[in-house]
Design a protein. Structure first.
Length: 255
């Protein structure tokens, strides 16, 4: 059984004390494919080091996270563009719009989002979208950018059924993680109405740990709790969930 974590910040400082042990727990649990999103250029070397340590398991993305779209965003985007021209990455991400932390940067967040979508299309890569309190703004951008080259993952999907269907209409898979196990997460109430072919698994480690670890540091091995919850929702065995969601991840990332 191959399990894929499509979104995990394995290079995070939260793992500096026990990264090797954390990775081994995940690998022993059957999680063997880890897709790692970028935040900004300050993390690039840590991402490259992680890839060098686990070349058969770790697959890197490149991008500028919306909460890191600051005054220097043009310089950061130039670095993203430079890296994409130098070597292969598996997605442009995570990118998008976040209006939870800072609404004053909306205009430059939109600009950065659109520029990175253009880069993804140029390099024939998927995008991995970060959306927090910004569904309307994200959908407006996707509507303006939609074509046969636009595809990817709506990371950490927490919207409604209607928003899920709209995201899928833009050729996006839904990234489902620990929130599906929360009592107030809500997506568990309608997820069965979404065909499993549109779902990929993720943890967003070290954030958003699933029940029973909620409130603690998340890690990729905890994706098994997400897997079990989806098996319950779809009334199938966990091996089926693992197989379909891994195949879905291959459709997106090409491996």
């Amino acid at each position: 059984m191959i399990i894929t974590d499509t979104h995990t910040h394995l290079y995070s400082e939260a793992f500096d004390e026990d990264r090797e042990k954390m990775m081994q727990r995940a690998l022993r649990g059957g999680i063997s494919r880890f897709f790692v999103p970028a935040i900004d250029s300050t993390y690039t070397q840590a991402m490259l080091d992680l890839e060098a340590g686990y070349p058969d398991n770790v697959f890197l993305m490149m991008g500028l996270h919306p909460t890191h779209v600051k005054e220097n965003y043009k310089d950061e985007l130039s670095k993203v563009e430079s890296w994409l021209s130098q070597r292969h990455f598996y997605a442009v991400g995570e990118i998008g719009i976040d209006l939870y932390w800072d609404k004053t940067t909306l205009d430059i967040q939109i600009e950065a989002f659109k520029r990175q979508i253009a880069l993804a299309k140029q390099y024939k890569l998927p995008i991995v979208i970060h959306c927090r309190e910004s569904f309307d703004e994200i959908f407006e951008v996707l509507e303006s950018e939609k074509d046969e080259r636009l595809f990817g993952i709506f990371h950490c999907f927490t919207g409604t059924l209607e928003q899920a269907q709209q995201a899928i209409s833009y050729n996006m898979k839904l990234g489902v993680g620990g929130v599906v196990t929360f009592k107030n997460g809500k997506i568990d109430q309608f997820l069965k109405e979404i065909d499993l072919k549109h779902i990929v698994l993720e943890t967003d480690s070290p954030y958003l740990a699933p029940v029973p670890y909620r409130g603690k540091r998340n890690e990729s091995s905890y994706i098994l709790q997400v897997l079990d919850k989806l098996a319950e929702i779809y009334n199938v065995d966990r091996a089926h969930i693992a197989k379909v969601t891994t195949e879905n991840s291959k459709d997106v990332f090409g491996i």
